[in-house]
Design a binder for this molecule. Structure first.
Ligand SMILES: *Cc1c(COP(=O)(O)O)cnc(C)c1O
Length: 380
């Protein structure tokens, strides 16, 4: 690869190429059958996804945000309930709580993992707390043993937001399979992405799964389709997307392995001297991260980001404005969140996609080290 060639942040087209033939063949069959909503394609994928996650049920829905919203509603969480959410997350984790009619209570995160910690969870619990949404942000998992124990003792529900964590695990258990429910997004850029929007809720709870199937389809009774037992909504996974997900699933572990080895190279490059205090967000022992994102903490981010841009390397920020700083959520910012606020100014997401070539990876590692070394030699 030429040294002047740019490195994109991601490359969805490469993943599409891996599955294109299979998708086109199955889409042609679906077009002849006209089963666009529900049907065998959706049911088959739901079974496969439940089995991949190691749970009894997967309920396909139309997005990751709806997965969270319906999980809350299916669990009876709404007006008058507090739901603890890490302040460092994508807005949807908090948005779903507000949409369910409940109140988000923001918890701070670990300065090493940027994920919620057992200590932060424990101190955020009050008699009004009904649930916690543990977010496996960046594809990393926090200490699920300690978090589950605290939630159980307090009698609150643990919901996993695994929208960035397809294929991640904690001590051998898949993301989403540890809490009462796990919520997934299949947005195209996620580790397992559809060709449009999609999501799923996974759970071992058979009654909850039945409620979720009803909620996603106008509160319909499973016995008689003209009976509406609940006030539901339209939030179904469509069959065209289920076909894409079915075709991509056999690739997921290979893609995750590729992401993990890219992350290992980044970690080695940042730990290799000259990089000052910059580091990759930590992976806890016990957690097997799926590296949806490779996030570094870089004190002088603006300068480093500028240097990388000049070298043709695309970076992004996840997320520069914490949830509680957005106008509609200001009213929920009731306690100080110093780690989230500090880290929001330092996080820098490096290029991360399974098909990244060795040449591209070398270029990013070299440019990152150069940018950080230049920063270190500046007078302070
Ligand atoms: C993407 C994402 C969601 C929402 O998923 P959509 O399918 O876009 O609605 C929720 N939580 C997290 C952490 C996400 O990254």
């Amino acid at each position: 690869m030429k040294p002047t060639e740019s490195v994109p942040f991601t490359d969805l087209a490469a993943m599409t190429r891996d599955v294109r033939t299979a998708v086109e063949r199955e889409w042609a069959r679906l077009l002849s059958s006209s089963r666009f909503v529900g049907g065998a394609a959706v049911e088959d994928f739901e079974r496969e996804w439940a089995s991949y996650c190691g749970v009894a049920h997967a309920v396909g829905v139309s997005s990751g945000t709806d997965a969270l919203l319906l999980a809350l509603r299916g669990l009876g969480i709404g007006a008058g309930d507090d739901v603890i959410v890490p302040a460092n997350t994508f807005i949807a984790s908090a948005e779903a709580v507000v949409m369910a009619g409940a109140t988000p209570v923001f918890a701070d995160v670990s300065p090493d993992t940027l994920l919620i910690t057992p200590g932060e969870l424990e101190s955020a619990i009050t008699p009004r707390t009904a649930a916690v949404i543990v977010v496996h942000l960046y594809g990393q998992m926090p200490d699920m043993d300690a978090l589950s124990l605290i939630a159980d003792r307090a009698g609150i529900v643990l919901i996993e937001d695994a929208a960035q964590a397809h294929g991640a695990s904690w001590r051998g258990r898949q993301a989403g399979s540890i809490g009462r429910t796990g919520c997934y997004s299949f947005y195209p850029a996620k580790n397992l992405g559809a060709f449009g929007d999609g999501g799923a809720i996974v759970t071992d709870d058979t009654q909850l799964a039945a409620r979720l199937r009803s909620l996603r389809d106008h509160g319909r009774s499973q016995r008689y389709r003209y009976d509406h037992e609940l006030v539901g909504t339209t939030s179904r996974l469509d069959a065209l997307q289920a076909v894409v997900l079915h075709a991509k699933l056999p690739w997921l572990d290979t893609w995750t392995e590729a992401r993990r080895s890219i992350a290992a190279r980044y970690r080695a490059a940042l730990d290799g001297g000259d990089c000052g205090p910059a580091r990759l967000v930590a992976e806890l022992p016990g957690s097997r991260g799926a590296y949806h994102l490779a996030v570094a903490l870089v004190p002088d981010r603006a300068l480093v980001r500028q240097r990388l841009a000049e070298a043709g390397i695309e970076t992004h920020l996840h997320y520069p404005v914490p949830c509680h700083r957005h106008p509609p959520y200001l009213r929920y910012a009731t306690s100080p969140l110093p780690v989230t606020e500090k880290c929001a100014g330092e996080i820098l997401s490096l290029p991360m996609f399974p098909h990244m070539s060795d040449g591209q990876l070398d270029r990013v590692c070299g440019a990152v080290r150069e940018a950080l070394a230049a920063q270190e030699s500046l007078p302070t």
